[in-house]
Each structure stands twice: as structure tokens, then as C-alpha cells.
Design a protein around this ligand. Structure first.
Ligand SMILES: [Zn+2]
Ligand SMILES: [Zn+2]
Length: 393
């Protein structure tokens, strides 16, 4: 089906949605500071006559639309936050806030969910309740968890929940999802190694924290290759190594930071345990004191099979070329917290341009990234179709 044919049922909504998306792009807000964005969403929902609740989990907003007498309910979720980075794109709607950039397209997600509310409020081809969930702080700060802890699913019961992310790697007009893991669990580790510090020419007087750290970095990289079943996937990356200030002083302290990504709890447990014993072993052999802080900040995003099938069928029904994704991505996503509480599915919505220009399609989090407005009607159609299917129209 042509993109125009997919967009046709919502074509009259598009000029305003594009303007809305660009306005949000020009006024990005960081995690838990999405006051203006939340206000825009809440106002749009109120104008439709929806029941609107603000301030959930900080700046979260939920709008509720009921139709018929059905007892079933579904949650559709969008994230609202931008990234702490400088935008280098030169569009007229480029960020007006220095150092804050909608580099992940959450401006597009928010606009698509507002568009879906507008469409569902006028077509009303469902029997039950739709909760439109606008969450803060997806980028590393767990806004989804904050909303859940604030009673999201008690106050707005959802039989199932759905969300999408724009996906520059997939062409516009396509979509992918999968049953089971679709995004990875994300852990962070911070290790501090302490010697006493001393003269570089007298290494026999102090444990060498620099040498211990060097050995430790190499050892940490054997955990995935030697302790994890080769059939499973995981990543461990050391991303920061800090210590020392001078050429002739052995520093008293060296710190190491990194991330671990995995898809199942068994691998995650095994990696954390192996990391701790590896640190202890290297510390013992080197004579340094070691301290480990290991934080599991996002769980794996796990789609339930039935809802993944519904998400895929909905994508196909509106005319998207949709397939089961052959593999999960190693990036992570805090919609995972919602999927820990409710059945549901997460979809990658293609937005790659046929002609991306000389520099190619900008990936997520790139300083010149800009959400592709041509994906707006596709996301709106998918969200509406999901709600209608989940609520037995
Ligand atoms: Zn992101
Ligand atoms: Zn994102």
C-alpha cells in the first residue's frame, strides 16, 4: 500500500500534527522537566473532552477515552523527554534551548499519540477504555517506573500496553516487532581500585592501582566470551577509565566505569557475579582495595507473544510492510518496566528516508538527528489500529 493511502484516514490531522511536532522539537525538555511538553499534551487531550490527569511520576500525563460499555482497557504510551546534547541541525524548528536536543524522536512519539487520541476520539470504533500515557524521562532516568510507582496501573487499569519507537534503520513504511526480548537490559558498573599512592620510582612501596586497573579491564572483557553461553547474547563495555595526574606519581585511586547489556536474567546474574569475583581476584593479586557499585537500571524489554502478534497484525492491517524482527537490539528502553507489569508489545516504526542526502540517514542520538514527519500518520494509524483490535471493535 502506498504511504499516501496509509495516511489518508488521518490526512486532515497532519498539518497541525506536523506543526505540533516541530514546536516540541524547538522546545525540548530534559528528563522530569517536561512541564511545557506535558502541558501541550494535557491541553490537546482536554480539547478532545478526555479525562486528563497530570503530574504522575513527576511530569507524566494520562488521558482517558471511553466508548461503549466494554470492560476491556488498553494503554498506549509515548515518551516526552529530550537529550542533554547540542543540536547541530539547521532546520527552522531546531532546538531553541542550548544543550537540549530531541535527538531520539520523542517529539514525534508525543505528537503521534496526540494524533491517535484525536483520531480515536472522533472515530470511536472500539468498546472499552483507552489510556493515553505520556511519560517523562525515558532517557536513563526511568520515568516509566516513576509513573508505575505513582500508581499508574492502579489508577488507570490496562489489560495490555503498547508503545513504538521511530527506527531510522528501517525504511519508512515498514515496521518490526518480535515476541520475547526486543531491547536489552542495561546495567552500569562503577569500580574503584585503591592503593596507597607513592613515588613512581619506588613501586615496591605501594600497590599499583593503574596496573591493577589495566589487568582488570582486560579480564572484564573475558566475562562475556568465557562465562556466557555462545548461543546467548550480551555485551560488556568499559567506557571510562580514570586515574593519575602526573608522570612520576603512582595514583592512590583509579576508577573504571562501564555498561552491561543482556536479554535474560540468568545471563545478567552470571555477568554481575563474574564481574564481582573478577574484581576481587585482581584486587587480591594486586594488593589494592576494591569497591564495586553495580546498578541494573533498565530490565530487558520483553514483548508477550499474543500482544506482539497483535502489534504485527495491526501494522499489516493499516498497510505497513511489517515483519517479526530477526533479532533484538542492544539499546534499552524503560517501557520494559511497564511490560514487567502488564502484557504488551513494543514496535519499531521505520522512518528511513528513500533519499537521506549525502550524509545518510541520521541515527538516533546523532547531533543532526530530526524525526521524520512522514512517519507521523503511520504511527497514528498503528496506534489507533492497536487500540481497536485490543478493544474488540
Ligand atoms: Zn534515546
Ligand atoms: Zn528514544
Amino acid at each position: 500500500m502506498s504511504l499516501d493511502a496509509i495516511a489518508a484516514p488521518v490526512a486532515d490531522l497532519l498539518p497541525d500534527l506536523v506543526a505540533l511536532r516541530r514546536d516540541l522539537h524547538a522546545h525540548p525538555e530534559l528528563a522530569f522537566e517536561e512541564r511545557r511538553t506535558a502541558g501541550v499534551a494535557a491541553q490537546a487531550l482536554r480539547l478532545l473532552g478526555l479525562e486528563v490527569h497530570e503530574g504522575l511520576g513527576g511530569t507524566g500525563v494520562v488521558g482517558t477515552l471511553r466508548c461503549g460499555s466494554g470492560a476491556r482497557s488498553v494503554g498506549l504510551r509515548a515518551d516526552m523527554d529530550a537529550l542533554p546534547m547540542v543540536e547541530l541541525g539547521r532546520a527552522a524548528h531546531a532546538s531553541r534551548t542550548q544543550g537540549v536536543h530531541h535527538g531520539c524522536g520523542h517529539d514525534g512519539h508525543t505528537s503521534m499519540l496526540i494524533g491517535a487520541a484525536r483520531q480515536l476520539a472522533r472515530t470511536r470504533r472500539f468498546d472499552g477504555t483507552v489510556h493515553f500515557i505520556f511519560q517523562p524521562a525515558e532517557e536513563g532516568k526511568g520515568g516509566a517506573r516513576a509513573m508505575i510507582e505513582d500508581g499508574l496501573f492502579e489508577r488507570f487499569p490496562c489489560d495490555s500496553v503498547y508503545a513504538l519507537h521511530n527506527w531510522p534503520d528501517l525504511p519508512l513504511g515498514t515496521a518490526q516487532t518480535r515476541a520475547g526480548p526486543i531491547m536489552a537490559a542495561a546495567d552500569r558498573f562503577d569500580i574503584v581500585l585503591r592503593g596507597r599512592g607513592g613515588h613512581a620510582a619506588q613501586p615496591h612501596h605501594t600497590p599499583d592501582a593503574i596496573l591493577a586497573a589495566s589487568q582488570l579491564v582486560a579480564q572484564l572483557h573475558t566475562i562475556v566470551s568465557r562465562r556466557i553461553d555462545p548461543g546467548e547474547s550480551a555485551v560488556l563495555s568499559v567506557t571510562r577509565l580514570e586515574g593519575g595526574h602526573s608522570h612520576n606519581v603512582l595514583p592512590a585511586e583509579v576508577s573504571i566505569t562501564g555498561t552491561v547489556r543482556s536479554f535474560d536474567l540468568a545471563s545478567q546474574d552470571r555477568i554481575e557475579a563474574a564481574l564481582r569475583t573478577t574484581v576481587d581476584g585482581v584486587a587480591l593479586a594486586s594488593g589494592v582495595q576494591a569497591e564495586v557499585r553495580y546498578v541494573r537500571y533498565y530490565p530487558a524489554t520483553l514483548n508477550t507473544p499474543e500482544e506482539a502478534a497483535l502489534a504485527l497484525a495491526a501494522a499489516r492491517a493499516v498497510g505497513l510492510q511489517a515483519d517479526m524482527a530477526p533479532r533484538a537490539a542492544f539499546t534499552s528502553e524503560d517501557f520494559a518496566f511497564m511490560l514487567q507489569r502488564r502484557p504488551g508489545a513494543y514496535l519499531w516504526l521505520g522512518q528511513g528516508r528513500a533519499d537521506p542526502g549525502a550524509d545518510g540517514e541520521r541515527p538516533l542520538h546523532h547531533p543532526c538527528y530530526d524525526f521524520n514527519d512522514d512517519a507521523l500518520p503511520l504511527g497514528v494509524r498503528w496506534l489507533c489500529e492497536v487500540a481497536e483490535r485490543a478493544l474488540d471493535r
